[in-house]
Design a protein around this ligand. Sequence first.
Ligand SMILES: Nc1ncnc2c1ncn2[C@@H]1O[C@H](COP(=O)(O)OP(=O)(O)O)[C@@H](O)[C@H]1O
Ligand SMILES: [Mg+2]
Length: 462
Amino acid sequence: MRSRRPSLTLRATLGFALVAMFSVGGAGLYLYESMQQTVMLRSDHAVLARLDHFRKLLRYDLTLEKLQSSPQLFENMLDSEEDIFIIGEPGKAPVISVNPLHAPLPDMPIASQDRALNDADLRSGMSLEGVPLRAASVQVMSGGTEVRLQAAHLMVKEMAMLASMRNRIIAAATLAFVITALLGYALLRRGLRPLRRMAEHAADITPARLDSRLDSHDVPLELHQLSDAFNAMLDRLADGYQRLTQFSADLAHEIRTPIGSLMGHCQVALRQTRSVDEYQALIASNLEELERISRLVESILFLARADEAQAVLERQPLDLEQESQRVAGYFEGLAEERELLIHTTGSGTVNADPVLLRRALSNLVANAIRYADEGSEILLRVSRHEREWLIQVENQGPALAATALARLFDRFYRGDASRHQSSDSNGLGLAIVAAIMHLHGGRVEVTQPVEGQIRFTLGFPE
Ligand SMILES: Nc1ncnc2c1ncn2[C@@H]1O[C@H](COP(=O)(O)OP(=O)(O)O)[C@@H](O)[C@H]1O
Ligand SMILES: [Mg+2]
């Protein structure tokens, strides 16, 4: 079983949901922190304000005896169970002690009566139930006696409020995660619909339906590139496929003609008894036909191998002057038959496969001899131009139309219908030249520098 990467939709939604959760949670945490600070500050101020108030009362108005005689008066002045207040002479049992939860007070510095109270006088502690408290203590002279006041605030309500806020933050963050995940998943699935459509489309394409294309207007911007590349790939495939089909059709056609003529000759010969001479002539002509087929098959095999880049190049430095003279010499006889002169000029060296280079050059010279105007000259020129070694084969001949020029290197293309029957013309010569140049990383080109002159150029990169 092939292991698959987790779905893009799932991963993206999960990512977004986590981001949403952390942002909501982070904002909540920030609010929580500032709220906690405010609440603490308020409770601290209340403790200090109370101490200050009673310090003044005891100093100027109230005495400890008076307070002792009516403690209710005092107790009523406190708000709730959460406040602790203890008044008494130091070292003696307190006169008043309001501490309903019996929370122990921490050790505190004792502020003198003249000093203004501030945050530094407060200490933190903890009730028996584990509720935090803040406490402070002052001392005052009241009617000649030393009186100590201790006040504290238990943060029961505050803690409950903060706890509830914490729960809300957790709930909000969870909700943000869930909602973003659900919505994100739905939206992404919708957004990725064009991708699924593309996949379905691609699945529908068969060799018989290579003409079908994706509709680029219909897809989002991000997929344009993909759909364009996909369509371009289909273009190339359709083109390659079409050429392949054409090639096999041409091939069948090419082979059918010589085989048909072979069969015809044999059938005619068999109708009656022939002389030995006649049989010999028949076999000789059949052999010629078979050689033609064999050459054709060999050429096609070569092209097929070159297509798959299977042909192994055995490169070596080649003297181009020598090579062109060698080919010119080889074709001298044929050229004389048509009263043609072959000239060679220039020199240079390229790294190439000798067999293939000679083959390419021979194909060009053979063409030049076949298609040149009788009695004209053929020129083989070696030169160097812009980091390239050029071998040019030029001949005089009838002007070719631009459309014909463009098709010269196509497989089985033959220009002049009247020459079709020529036994060594199969329309593959130039296709082989192009394939050889391609294998060498070079190029081939045909031009007509002036009317009635045709020039083939082989370019080898340095
Ligand atoms: N030197 C040339 N001058 C004029 N036409 C040429 C020349 N070389 C090739 N051609 C044209 O290109 C066609 C293809 O050439 P090629 O592939 O060698 O096939 P073939 O020579 O077997 O016909 C030829 O049929 C001919 O029409
Ligand atoms: Mg040829």
